[in-house]
Ligand binder design. Sequence first.
Ligand code: ADP
Ligand code: AMP
Length: 229
Amino acid sequence: MILILLGPPGAGKGTQAKEIARRRNLVQLSTGDMLRAAIAAGSPVGLKAKAIMESGGLVADDIVISIIAERIAQPDCANGFILDGFPRTLPQAAALDDMLRAKKLSLKTVIEMKVDDEVLIDRVSGRFTCANKSCGEGYHDRYKKPRKEGVCDICGSTAFTRRADDNAETMRNRLTAYYKETSPLVGYYFAKGLLQSVDAMAGIGEVGDAMNKLLDAPSGPTAAKSSSK
Ligand code: ADP
Ligand code: AMP
């Protein structure tokens, strides 16, 4: 199964992608995580991406497209993957179509996660993440605390990090980039009959239940029927 979680920064894509990946034996592919790893490693891609990410802009299409192309060729992606944060522009979506077509693969669905802007700012400002690179579980100061304070529920690590771009000012730029560059993908996937939406204002568990219902539904997205004329 190949799916895309589409939504603004802080919508809950990473939170839900991790849970769906665990339940369904899929791989979560977050271009944001991959770029942060490139920055930490001091690689040429990381050097190009650093300032752009700090400002809240989008990294160049050719960079993220080649990162994803390389990653989906890895054997662990054979059972399927969840794209979290990619594609973010129309050229990225077209490149993904080409990559999948070349591999004779197809997208199962694109789930749009809808959240009001004020809530997004509240979500990213309370976000923190397990610092263990092979875990990276996401938490929130109020909405998702570790069961035992200071200890990751998943891997037991006691080290956590906060993202430099999770502040109100950078968030304004990230939201602008989302509405300008990424939101056109809603229409792009609707027209392909692949789009489904969830109300991601609800709690983490409720949003997860809604997504699982969509993923377990025997028939395709309802949008498919109305848009494939
Ligand atoms: P994204 O990957 O879309 O940027 P995250 O999954 O990292 O977003 O979620 C952003 C923050 O909001 C995290 O701290 C996460 O724990 C929290 N969060 C995610 N989903 C919800 C939700 N439905 N309700 C409240 N908080 C949430
Ligand atoms: P995220 O972790 O998804 O919130 O992404 C963090 C930052 O990484 C974004 O604000 C962008 O600067 C960059 N980024 C992540 N994914 C992409 C992408 N698909 N295209 C361009 N830039 C990206």
